[in-house]
Write a protein that binds this ligand. Structure first.
Ligand code: D41
Length: 675
């Protein structure tokens, strides 16, 4: 290849690399991308193709070369030319005030000190060395003097520049920062691990540490790691700014991501305001933080203050209340939720965590208990993040004694005594008490009264909750005992509205069988299943007596729904509630009671397609169902009629092929009017 062409390609390649670095910088560092992701991907692929065609032009600082190195067998040691210091902690305003006073004394100054305040990220400290703007190596903090060479892994983090931007940087520059895993990435990673039956990470910090300590960089590359820089180490052949905050802005220009929450504040008062503000926003941040770091902002003052032992006198970490603590599981109880779901709850030896005393933690379900190997009497790590329900992170197995007991799921509901069932393939166990179980009452009554069920006008959710809480009603059957005077005695209830509600209850007393079945709130029996049940069994009695085989013979009813139905009616409480409802004067309209001549299209199967002139497809479907027809979604040899409108497509073609009669809306209306 002529040298001039190769030269052209080389400069095209370098141009693409520059563009990609610049886009990545705007995306990761400035948080202000100039082009959409698709444009970045396009440039990236273009570069990849050119590099593949010209391997002699490959360079390790190319954006395509983040992953590529072979797995290591061990991590080599790296000696930090300038030690990585540690941070002292304070836990209160008093301790912070003492820190600030000592600084004033050493500086011989009364003027409030400017502090650069920034979140203390909960990750791993690393140091990355650049020479002539090229990434040379990256090392963990280790003991502060010697760390591990994790260059291959650090290179895979997209926000780590492989080459610095511009040409105005110090010739040797060590940048220090924290590698972390954002919460969203952590959740996703754990979800994936759970799906694959692999071990999950207890928290984002562990996940970040585990990801960085991979010998195979291809694994690290697939972990959602990020980082922010917060200090420099060795700086040679160049000058940095004379305050911490200005220096961070400079680093940003070189291509390094810095935390957007950083702020310069004045004195202890400024620090405390910043601390409170961030503590309140802790849960909203995209990453875990465990406190605030305050750094004396002026580098000249930092130099005057120097450091003691291993920590600077010019910086301090102000820790937030811990979100994780160790305690003991005293017992495990089982709670019944609004839908009957049984949730195991750990009763804990009270422990102060996340700023409050915690006595209970959710254990989610039995699978979770098995997966985490939780026993009564175990020592466990509890996590309470924000207002989220406290959770057991893991068991401290090394502290387990032989006095621990297994957690056993009860067979009867602790609230109502009904059978608890757990279906194949489901994580949650449920109380089958349905209409009877107190824990499920309000929910069951709301469903019963809802528009698609008994359609009791004016009986809103709030009112139902009020009635259940006051123990005025316990089951849907009690609705029929409500009097105007009782309702009118409730808060914010006028006599007139009370009367309206009693009327609405009265007016709802003749439901179609399908609606009544739906209103029972049997698990997984929705509107359409209820309709199939009604059409096939024709009476509530028949439904209550149906066995699994009978039920499964009905369209759309599989073994699971069939089992739900049988279990529901096996519960004596449910049968009692139904009897009371019937005794209160509810008369179910069975399909057979509707005169056959009112069902002109009895058992004819229709398919609807295209746009009808006046009816929506949903309205046409309702008309057909009321006339006794079945409505199916696709044309087959079993289809009797295709109701077709404008723009009918493949269904019309198929219907003609199969010889299915095609009718229009006008014809349908004629048929229905005639009979
Ligand atoms: O976010 C952090 N975890 C963080 C850690 C931070 N924002 N600033 C830090 N500053 C320092 C000094 C002042 C010593 C340069 C640090 C750490 N050190 C640190 N991280 C781990 C040990 C020390």
């Amino acid at each position: 290849m002529p040298a001039s062409i190769n030269h052209k390609i080389a400069s095209k390649i370098e141009q693409l690399r520059e563009q990609l670095r610049n886009h990545a910088w705007r995306y990761y560092v400035l948080d202000d991308p100039e082009v959409p992701d698709a444009e970045y991907d396009r440039l990236y692929r273009q570069l990849q193709q050119l590099e593949q065609a010209h391997p002699e032009l490959l360079s390790s600082d190319s954006p395509t070369q983040r992953v590529g190195a072979q797995p290591l067998t061990t991590f080599a040691q790296i000696h930090h030319q300038q030690p990585m210091l540690s941070l002292d902690n304070v836990f209160s305003e008093d301790e912070l005030t003492a820190f600030d006073r000592r600084a004033h004394e050493r500086l011989h100054s009364d003027a409030p000190i400017d502090y650069a305040a920034e979140p203390k990220l909960d990750g791993l400290a690393i140091s990355i060395r650049y020479e002539q703007g090229q990434l040379i190596y990256a090392a963990t903090r280790g003991d502060g003097n010697t760390g591990e060479n994790v260059t291959q892994n650090i290179r895979t983090i997209e926000s780590v520049p492989l080459k610095l931007l511009g040409d105005d940087f110090p010739k040797v520059l060590e940048v220090r920062g924290e590698v972390f895993m954002p919460k969203a990435g952590f959740e996703k990673l754990n979800q994936q691990a759970r799906r694959n039956g692999e071990k999950t990470f207890a928290n984002p910090r562990n996940a970040a540490a585990g990801s960085l300590r991979q010998l195979d960089p291809r694994i690290t590359a697939n972990r959602p790691l990020s980082w922010y820089c917060y200090a420099v180490g060795v700086v040679e052949g160049g000058q940095l700014a004379d305050t911490h905050s200005a220096m961070m802005q400079q680093l940003k220009q070189y291509g390094f991501p810095v935390c957007a929450e950083a702020q310069v504040v004045k004195g202890v008062a400024g620090c405390m305001a910043y601390y409170r503000q961030l503590l309140a926003r802790r849960e909203q941040l995209a990453y875990d933080i465990d406190g605030i770091v305050y750094k004396v902002n002026a580098i000249s003052q930092q130099q005057l203050l120097g450091f003691v032992a291993r920590a600077p006198r010019w910086a301090i970490a102000h820790k937030f209340p811990a979100q994780e603590e160790m305690t003991e599981i005293l017992d495990v109880d089982f709670q019944v939720g609004r839908t009957g779901a049984i949730t195991p709850v750990a009763r804990l030896k009270p422990v102060f965590v996340g700023g409050v005393t915690v006595k209970n933690a959710t254990l989610h379900n039995m699978d979770e208990i098995r997966r985490k190997d939780i026993h009564i009497g175990d020592r466990v790590i509890i996590r309470r993040a924000g207002d989220v329900i406290p959770e057991v992170v893991k068991v401290v197995i090394s502290r387990r004694t032989d006095r621990v007991r297994e957690v056993i799921m009860p067979t009867k509901c602790p609230v109502c005594g009904s059978v608890i069932e757990q279906l194949e393939g489901e994580a949650v166990a449920r109380c089958t008490g349905g209409l009877f179980c107190e824990a499920q009452r309000a929910q069951a009554i709301k469903h019963y009264a809802s528009r698609k069920a008994m359609d009791i006008d004016g009986l809103g959710n709030k009112l139902i909750e009020q009635l259940v809480a006051g123990n005025t009603i316990q089951t849907p059957a009690d609705l029929y005992t409500l009097s105007v005077s009782r309702l009118a005695s409730l808060d914010r209830m006028a006599e007139k509205s009370a009367q309206n509600i009693v009327n609405a209850i009265d007016n709802s007393k003749q439901p179609l069988l399908s609606r009544f079945i739906y209103a029972m709130g049997i698990r997984e029996v929705g509107e359409s299943t209820a309709r199939h049940l009604a059409e096939n069994l024709m009476s509530l009695d028949a439904l209550m007596q149906a066995d699994i085989e009978t039920l499964q013979a009905i369209q759309d009813i599989g073994p699971i729904v069939a089992q739900h139905i049988v279990t529901f009616f096996q519960q004596r409480h449910n049968r009692e509630v139904i009897n009371k409802i019937l005794a209160a004067g509810v008369v179910i309209q069975n399909p057979e009671k509707v005169a056959v001549d009112n069902q002109p299209l009895q058992s004819k199967t229709f398919v609807i397609t295209g746009t009808l002139p006046s009816l929506s497809r949903e309205q046409a479907k309702t008309l057909l169902l009321h006339a006794g027809a079945k409505v199916s979604g696709s044309v087959s040899s079993k289809t009797d009629y295709l109701l077709a409108g404008e723009k009918a497509g493949s269904k019309l073609t198929k219907a003609s092929l199969l010889g299915v009669t095609v009718i229009d809306e006008a014809t349908l209306k004629q048929w229905l009017a005639k009979d």
